[in-house]
Design a binder for this molecule. Sequence first.
Ligand code: DGL
Length: 253
Amino acid sequence: MFDSGLGGLTVLETLRARLPTEDFIYFADTAHLPYGDKPEEVVRARSLAITNNLLERGAKAIVIACNTATAAAAESLRNAIEVPVIALEPAVKPAVSLSRRGMIGVLATTRTLYSRRFERLVQTHAQNARIFAQPCPALAEAIELEGAEGDTVRALLDRYVRPLALAEVDVVVLGCTHYLWVMPAIAARLPKEVKIVDSGEAVARQVEKRLQEESFLGGGGAFRLATSGDPASVGQTIQRLCGFAPDVEYWRI
Ligand code: DGL
């Protein structure tokens, strides 16, 4: 699995709960965070390099635990490699079925929201719903730097969530894995009845299904975490976000 940073750990948690005997390697591309404000070619090149490295280490499937990398690279990865690629993307389809008023907000990175893939996702699933797409520059990075309670995080959430409340959306899609870390703060800025959805469970189901189809299920329940950034500070960030401090390896990719 990989993400630009630690957002995908929220997905890893869901995956490990569903598939406790699988072995997981999680790569946080911290040295290149944020993906959301980078050109598409850069995110695609990083995704390919990381995927090749994970395959060399024996990965039997690749999970793109990052909506931005999915938008930029899922198709190229699927064309380039043989093993299953499971790619997370904003939960627009479930949001449409949950919505009563057909007013849906999507919080995601600029790169995700301006991608062809997101445009197609909306064309395919929005039906008559109105989609309010709210780019959130700098938010993922601030969450990693400050944790969920930081001043910059609060200010950015005020700026990005308020327009959705004013638009009277009744469902909000968390279209970036980092935003799950601040879900309560997002909920606090919206009327109580607004539902918030993400793609973690759907991805976990999909991973299980693909592994079953390939007869790939089974492992020892091991877990490795690596980063392109500074392992000590990544460890501290994990401690702040998740309350535990795992071993973090440095990989030059
Ligand atoms: N966590 C990533 C996502 O799901 C992107 C954050 C970033 O690097 O901008 O889109």
